[in-house]
Design a protein around this ligand. Structure first.
Ligand code: ATP
Length: 365
């Protein structure tokens, strides 16, 4: 069990900075997701926390103790690189027990522990089988068993489900999450898949180009992105951002888009120049009577909902609406936005403006 805190962590490779002044806290027992596109610095951050990579600067604390001087094996973290990596010449029992035997634990004590882990993972029936003939799911469970058997302070996993097909991946994701809930061990999990991060994580940190864009609980990040990047990275389709030039001041609760007044959460700061109005597709409503006009460009049927792509004076907008609502391609309609769900962005800094909607999230994130 461990709380892990990083402060101003930085990693340079020559003159390239892979991680820039990252800070966040992983609370004891959390399932914590490091999320971002390929190359954003997730793996480098994880490896620094594990002691496999030396930070250029910054601090890492485990349970309040600065661990910069500790080698990887003294940090007591189980790093699950690749769940399928088993010892092929050993059976399941010996694979799981290996870390304990190599620490010098007796055969009897190792066996007792292995059997306890096997019950937790529901693999008692295969304990004496060779690993060669096991199904993918069982191999994954055995590899997990080997990681958890020595009860480390925390588990680190780097895209552990990356190689699996979609259906199996979803199943293993559920199992991993359920196992975490039974054990309650701090888990740090690297993924580039925003859906996986939102489904599995208690908290998510979103990274981009080595920078922490935002961290917090999934719904806060989804509802109230702190930056344009987070708005675009979470959600499928992503948040719409309508571009316009304008001015907002503290206390403003509506803005003019092409002469149509649009209600927004009351702003807490002022800015003038290029702005963005962010709204999720499910908060865009087609209403022929609404003053803000748009043309239907495409309609994508998805079963219970449909995604309607619309051309507006401020760029393309996607709406997620019930399939029962009739929409004709090429027709013109009006748009309404749910006023409580709007985020305004300063387009120059790409930051969300503080408002009555997001101020609590931005203060804590
Ligand atoms: P991916 O999912 O593709 O692994 P990531 O977010 O985990 O991406 P990192 O592996 O942390 O990204 O890499 C961040 C950046 O640092 C990348 O541009 C990568 O090329 C660079 N990098 C990583 N390790 C080294 C190294 N040992 N030497 C030089 N550059 C490196």
């Amino acid at each position: 069990m461990a709380q892990i805190r990083i402060e101003n962590l930085r990693k340079d490779f020559g003159d390239f900075t892979a991680v820039k002044a990252s800070s966040f806290t992983i609370e004891d027992g959390e399932f914590f997701m490091l999320l971002g596109p390929s190359g954003c610095g997730k793996t480098t951050t994880l490896r620094m926390m594990a002691g496999l990579e030396l930070p250029t600067s910054g601090e890492i604390y485990i349970d309040g103790e600065e661990v910069g001087g500790l080698r990887a094996r003294d940090r007591d973290i189980a790093f699950v690189f690749q769940m399928f990596a088993l010892y092929p010449h050993m059976n399941v029992r010996r694979n799981i027990g290996y870390p304990l035997r190599s620490q010098g634990l007796s055969r009897a004590a190792t066996n007792a522990k292995v059997e306890e882990i096997a019950r937790l993972l529901d693999i008692t029936a295969i304990l004496d089988k060779p690993v060669g003939g096991l199904s993918g799911g069982d191999r994954q469970r055995v590899a997990l068993g080997r990681a958890i058997v020595r009860e480390p302070k925390a588990f680190f996993m780097d895209e552990p489900l990356g190689a699996l097909d979609a259906e199996f991946r979803e199943h293993m994701a559920e199992e991993l999450r359920a196992l975490h809930d039974r054990m309650g061990a701090t888990t740090v999990y690297v993924t580039h898949d925003q859906l996986e991060a939102m489904q599995m994580g208690d908290k998510i940190v979103v990274m981009n180009h080595g920078v922490v864009e935002q961290f917090g609980v999934p719904q806060d990040l989804y509802d109230w992105p702190a930056t344009r990047f987070v708005a675009g990275f979470l959600g499928s389709p992503p948040m719409n951002v309508l571009q316009f030039d304008g001015q907002v001041a503290p206390g403003v609760s509506e803005i003019a888009l092409n002469g149509t007044m649009v209600e927004v959460p009351e702003t807490r700061e002022g800015v003038s120049g290029p702005l963005g109005l962010g709204v999720r597709p499910e908060h865009v409503h087609l209403d022929p009577e609404a003053g803000y006009r748009a043309k239907v460009v495409a309609v994508e049927y998805l079963g219970t909902t449909q995604i309607v792509t619309l051309a507006t004076a401020h760029g393309e907008v996607k709406a997620r609406i019930p399939s029962a609502q009739k929409v004709a391609e090429g027709s013109t309609t009006g748009l309404r936005f749910d006023p409580r769900k709007i985020t305004l962005f300063d387009a120059t800094s790409a930051r969300a403006l503080r408002s009555a909607g997001n101020e609590k999230v931005l203060r804590h994130g």
